[in-house]
Design a protein around this ligand. Structure first.
Ligand code: PXP
Length: 254
C-alpha cells in the first residue's frame, strides 16, 4: 500500500548545544538548517528552552533567514515564550512540557489536566497566525482535550516506544505502537493532523512512519549524532529514505 508522503522536520537544537559548549558562533545552527533543507527536509524545528541551553533568541531570525522551509517553534506554556512566539510568528508552534532539570522533553503535555492553562496559549498563538500543535501522549483523553481546545495538530511523543525497543521489550513496544496507531486514527477522525517525534532513529522510525494518519515526523538528536559520522546531508537523506520506504515510496495519496 502506498501512503501519502510524510514530512520530515529536522530539529537542529543540538548544533546549538555543541556551539554553546565553547561559546562563539561555530557550529552555526542556521548553516545546519540550510544543509538540512538542501538534503530534503520539509521543515526546521527549534526548541527555545527557558534556560536557553541550546537555541538562543538570536537564532530564531538567523534560522528563518537561512531557509525557505516552514519553521516549527517548540515552546513551553510560559508568558515569556508566548511573547517571543507571537512576535516571531513561526509557521507552527508546538506546545511542550518543560522542566528545568530534565535532559530532554520527557513526556507529553498533560493537556487533559492542564486544560485551563493551555487553552489560552492555543488561542493566542492561533490568533497570531501560527499553526498550533500540542505535544501529547498517544491517549484518547489527551486527543479529545486537544480537539476540544481547537488545536489543529497534535504530535505524539514516541520516546516511550523507542525506549521499549532498545530495552528489548518486544511486547511492550508492540503495545505502545498500538497505542500510537489507535490515537492517530482517533485524532484523524476528529479532523486533527497527526505528527510524531522524539527519540526516533533509523532502526525505530519505520513502524511509526507507517502509521497511515501520520503526516509529519520531527527528528533531531539521532540525525545530529549520525551527522558527526556521515555528514548532515547524508544523515537527513537516509532518514528521509527510511520514512519514504515505510510509506511505500512516499508517492500517492494527497
Ligand atoms: N518533537 C518534540 C515536540 C520535541 O520536544 C523533540 C525534542 O526537542 C523532538 C520532536 C525531537 O526529538 P529528538 O531530538 O529526540 O529526535
Amino acid at each position: 500500500m502506498t501512503l501519502a508522503r510524510a514530512r520530515l522536520g529536522v530539529n537542529i537544537d543540538h548544533v546549538a548545544t555543541i556551539r554553546n559548549a565553547r561559546g562563539g558562533a561555530h557550529p552555526d545552527p542556521a548553516k545546519a538548517a540550510a544543509l538540512a533543507q538542501a538534503a530534503g527536509a520539509d521543515g526546521i524545528t527549534i526548541h527555545l528552552r527557558e534556560d536557553r541551553r541550546h537555541i538562543r533568541d538570536y537564532d530564531l531570525e538567523a534560522v528563518r533567514n537561512a531557509v525557505s522551509l516552514p519553521i516549527n517553534l517548540e515552546m513551553a506554556t510560559t508568558e515569556e515564550m508566548l511573547v517571543i512566539a507571537t512576535n516571531f510568528k513561526p509557521h507552527a508552534a508546538c506546545l511542550v512540557p518543560e522542566k528545568r532539570e530534565e535532559r530532554t522533553t520527557e513526556g507529553g503535555l498533560d493537556v487533559a489536566r492542564l486544560h485551563n492553562q493551555v487553552e489560552p496559549f492555543v488561542r493566542r498563538l492561533r490568533d497570531a497566525g501560527s499553526r498550533v500543535s500540542l505535544f501529547i501522549e498517544p491517549s484518547k483523553i489527551q486527543v479529545d482535550t486537544a480537539a476540544a481546545m481547537g488545536a489543529p495538530v497534535v504530535e505524539f511523543h514516541t520516546g516511550k516506544y523507542v525506549e521499549l525497543i532498545f530495552a528489548g521489550d518486544k511486547a511492550g513496544a508492540a503495545d505502545e505502537l498500538k497505542r500510537l496507531q489507535e490515537a492517530a486514527a482517533h485524532g484523524h477522525a476528529k479532523g486533527i493532523e497527526i505528527h510524531v517525534g522524539h527519540g526516533l532513529t533509523y532502526d525505530t522510525v519505520r513502524p511509526v512512519a507507517a502509521i497511515p494518519e501520520v503526516r509529519e515526523l520531527n527528528i533531531g538528536h539521532f540525525i545530529m549524532g549520525e551527522a558527526l559520522f556521515v555528514g548532515l546531508e547524508a544523515a537527513v537523506k537516509r532518514m528521509r529514505q527510511e520514512i519514504d520506504a515505510a510509506r511505500g515510496s512516499g508517492r500517492g495519496l494527497a
